[in-house]
Design a protein around this ligand. Structure first.
Ligand SMILES: [Zn+2]
Length: 270
């Protein structure tokens, strides 16, 4: 009786198929509620593992930029406030999770030159959430059967062994030594959605190009954590430039937030 099982999987895939905002076909096996639960649980875990910055000026800056961006995220993506945490770590990294969670490491703040570039980072990360990329990644793992992890994730957080795998699906597995880089299609989609979102939020959209150029030159010396999950290339920078005339239509400089980057952002040494 092997056949019914195959048919069943095919049926699951067909019924779970939908489209992203750029028209890409997506297979998503998990519900929004399940993803929100995984996001929240992973975020709690991160908060236990990584020191949190208590520098007021740094927190105010990040909170100000994140608020401006999340105000423009549809309620269908997340209802209510987003939780924003600044992690006190030299890692060049940032992420957003389903369930309305945003994490920014102090290490990335010294790569971002101003509020517009931080708007680009947060816009991009939230873009991954808006387009349900974690759901696709976890669904792919599940379908490939490497994902007992993904299945246990839906049930609860009891399976510590596999935690790294499904945290990687959410885009944050690094601390468990599991890196699952976003694929090119997810990266371009988050770039486009993120550039529109930052523009709507009052951040100069061309700052996204400058940001990735800075990231690329930084990675020549030592690859940043951010770059290992968000691989960059010239295609990406070219595409951001091509999309600029569209996102500029959403940009109104009179709406510009006044988020002040502190002169000095304390970053731990190691
Ligand atoms: Zn990305």
């Amino acid at each position: 009786m092997k056949l019914p099982l195959i048919m069943l999987s095919a049926l699951i895939v067909l019924s779970a198929c939908s489209s992203s905002s750029t028209g890409r076909k997506q297979v998503m096996l998990f519900s929004d509620t399940e993803l929100d639960k995984m996001g929240a649980a992973s975020f709690d875990d991160m908060k236990k593992q990584t020191p949190i910055s208590n520098d007021k000026a740094t927190n105010d800056f990040v909170q100000c930029v994140a608020n401006a961006v999340t105000k423009n995220v549809p309620q269908s993506v997340h209802k209510g406030d987003w939780e924003v945490v600044v992690f006190d770590s030299s890692q060049v990294n940032a992420f957003a999770l389903p369930g309305g969670k945003i994490g920014v490491y102090t290490g990335i703040l010294n790569v971002t030159e101003n509020q517009d570039q931080l708007g680009a980072i947060i816009g991009h990360e939230v873009g991954h959430v808006i387009e349900h990329h974690s759901n696709e990644r976890l669904s792919a793992s599940k379908l490939q059967n490497m994902g007992m992890a993904a299945a246990t994730a839906a049930v609860g957080m009891t399976d510590i062994e596999n935690k790294g795998l499904w945290m990687a699906g959410l885009g944050i597995g690094l601390q468990y030594g599991v890196i699952m880089p976003y694929g090119r299609s997810h990266e371009s989609e988050a770039d486009i959605v993120g550039q529109d979102l930052m523009a709507r939020s009052g951040f100069e959209p061309s700052a996204s190009i400058k940001l990735w150029q800075n990231m690329a030159s930084l990675s020549k010396d030592a690859p940043a954590e951010f770059m290992s999950t968000h691989p960059s290339n010239e295609t990406r920078i070219k595409q951001l430039g091509q999309h600029l005339p569209i996102s500029m239509k959403y940009y109104n400089e009179n709406n510009k937030p006044q988020c002040i980057k502190p002169k000095k952002i304390p970053v731990p040494k190691a």
